[in-house]
Write a protein that binds this ligand. Structure first.
Ligand SMILES: [Fe+2]
Length: 293
């Protein structure tokens, strides 16, 4: 009898951004190898409308200290709570930007909401590559696979790299639960199916969260396993039915306010992190749609 080869166990470095509760990951196979950067953050101050690169520069420091070659700059979805630093990182470090191919559906919806300029393309071409469910990609010696996990948004994907899965906004830590499903195109029933798909992976699979919103009783944490989620996730542990989940999620979503940065974040992130075209005075502007969201 032959024992199956165990999956690769990549190095995973998480950088937590306390302003947006987001975790940016750098995934690689050791110093001097290729890496992927997942869900980067461009700092944004909504009071002044100013962007900064303090968070992204920490990613650059880590990549340079470990002499990593950036193969990919990945997004799990078009985030509503932070701006992506993908173009800045690509300019400094190289690499290809990518997101789930359903981003085109999200672009279509928000092109309407923000009444964007005619030149705004809703074909995903702002990204270097659009990734489909089941598609494989290489990070040097490591192999990655795309898992479509819609529900929070229609375009959400998770990235499986060896024994590590970057789940985006599907699951949070077991004591926090799951992501909301009330944004345009979101759907609780769809998220339930995506979560069950993630939780059907081998029990010891490492799961890395896109965010953590810890209760006061514990420090920030963003790594768990399939086994821990199945046993303890407060929203979707084993035994919770689709109907129970949908009822809980729908009731809870009705109580949530919009994220502070949703308007700036979506406008920038559906452009793959580029600012809108500058107006005649050379300044780029964001819009606030009144009574739309
Ligand atoms: Fe999100």
């Amino acid at each position: 009898m032959t024992t199956p080869t165990p999956p690769a166990r990549p190095h995973v470095h998480g950088l937590f951004d306390p302003a947006t509760w987001t975790v940016t990951y750098v995934v690689h196979n050791g110093p001097g190898t290729a890496c992927a950067i997942i869900d980067s953050v461009l700092d944004y101050d909504p009071k002044s409308g100013r962007t900064r690169t303090t968070s992204a520069d920490k990613v650059i420091d880590y990549v340079q200290q470990n002499q990593l070659r950036v193969a990919w700059i990945l997004e799990t979805h078009a985030h509503a709570d932070h701006l992506t630093a993908a173009p800045y990182l690509k300019g400094k470090l190289g690499g290809k930007t990518a997101i789930g191919h359903q981003i085109t559906a999200v672009q279509k919806v928000f092109k309407g909401v923000f009444n964007l300029e005619d030149g705004f393309r809703e074909d995903g071409s702002q990204f270097d590559q659009l990734l489909k469910d089941g598609e494989s990609f290489r990070i040097g010696d490591l192999s990655g696979q795309v898992m479509a996990v819609p529900g929070h948004t229609p375009a959400c994907v998770a990235y499986q790299i060896g024994d590590a899965v970057f789940v985006g906004d599907t699951l949070f830590m077991p004591d926090v639960g799951t992501a909301r499903c009330d944004f345009p195109g979101g759907d609780a029933r769809t998220l339930y199916a995506s979560v069950r798909k993630l939780l059907s992976l081998p029990a010891q699979t490492r799961l890395f969260m896109c965010h953590d919103y810890p209760p006061d009783s514990r420090p920030i944490a963003f790594e768990t396993t399939v086994a821990e989620q199945r046993a303890h996730n407060i929203h979707v542990h084993d035994g919770i039915s689709e109907a129970q989940f949908v009822q809980m999620r729908t009731q809870r979503d009705a109580t949530l306010e919009m994220p502070v940065l949703i308007l700036p974040a979506v406008q920038i992130n559906i452009r793959a992190g580029e600012l809108p075209p500058p107006e005649s005075n050379g300044t780029a502007y964001l819009k606030v749609p009144l009574n739309r969201l």
